[in-house]
Design a protein around this ligand. Structure first.
Ligand SMILES: [Zn+2]
Length: 297
């Protein structure tokens, strides 16, 4: 296997805690030092970054060969209930996309919103219309990014796998962010945690988006704590029940191409990203029949 041509690029959400100085450009250099090759920039409270800083981030990313995604602010809701709230939500998503593009990011990740107890089909139509409008604005401005609604970890939140895949099919410029821990937690009963269930989800991606859909994915991956109502909090892998090795095996078997951002409480987001990356590489080598180091003479 050619490690430089890896089909899944792994990194952290937010700067690795071992980054020696502050700032996103330093975090990008440190991602490269660690041997990771992706960073998800966490603009989760607000987008407050100058065009100058975006230029520095973009230069660091292309210099170090690190790909970037942006986690847009949490307070985005495609189903906002008043005109004023909707306008603020739109502004946050547009700002994350515009600044993210300037910073060299290709993918803008966001939480799509809440059902507010309304019928899911009705919320879906509203979200679709909203995304058609926002992607239209960005296209007109020449802001070339992919908007990626994330699969959410609570059943009260809009954004199950069906909905995220349908939006990706119905709206040009939209593609999925599959948060695997959220899909596991959303069920609340411990299911969605086996090779067969992971493989079925990838089959579903292929059914809705075609083979090309499997080559254009973004993931969030981490351990997670949950109740019957869904997500409670992210956990380090070694405290969680997520069968990530089986998930990675499914990625290998389906020839998935993706970027994968790992979120876990510090300091585990960095070590878990490295563990997940190393496990993935090992599974690729086993599949290709490349002898592992200790076996080779
Ligand atoms: Zn998220």
């Amino acid at each position: 296997m050619d490690i430089l041509n890896e089909t899944i690029r792994f990194g952290t959400v937010g700067s690795p805690q071992t980054t020696p100085t502050s700032g996103t450009a330093a975090a990008i250099a440190h991602i490269r030092e660690l041997g990771l090759n992706h960073l998800e920039i966490a603009w989760v409270q607000s987008v407050r970054v100058s065009d100058d800083t975006c230029g520095q981030i973009q230069a660091a990313a292309s210099g170090y060969g690190v790909t970037l995604s942006i986690h847009a602010p949490y307070y985005i809701n495609l189903n906002s209930q008043t005109t004023e709230l909707m306008q603020k939500s739109d502004e946050r998503l547009l700002a994350a996309a515009r600044k993210g593009c300037l910073a060299g990011a290709k993918d803008i990740i966001f939480h799509p919103g809440s059902y507010h107890s309304q019928p899911p089909e009705q919320v879906y139509e509203r979200a679709k219309e909203k995304l058609l409008e926002i992607t239209g604005i960005l296209r007109e401005e020449g802001v070339n990014v992919t908007l990626r609604p994330e699969t959410m970890g609570k059943s009260a939140m809009f954004g199950n796998l069906d909905e995220v895949l349908q939006l990706s099919r119905d709206v040009p410029g939209v593609a999925p962010c599959i948060d695997w821990a959220h899909l596991h937690a959303r069920r609340g009963d411990g299911t969605f945690n086996s090779y067969d269930e992971f493989a079925a989800a990838l089959e579903q991606v292929k059914d809705v988006l075609g083979e090309a859909g499997l080559k254009n994915l973004h993931f969030h991956l981490s351990g997670i704590a949950y109740t019957a109502k869904g997500e409670k909090e992210h956990l380090p892998l070694n405290e969680a029940d997520l069968r990530y090795r089986e998930l990675l095996q499914a990625f290998v078997d389906y020839g998935v191409e993706a970027t994968c951002a790992v979120e876990a409480p510090e300091p585990f987001h960095t070590s878990d990203a490295l563990t997940i990356q190393a496990t993935y590489r090992r599974l690729v080598m086993l599949k290709e029949g490349v002898p592992l180091k200790q076996d080779a003479d």
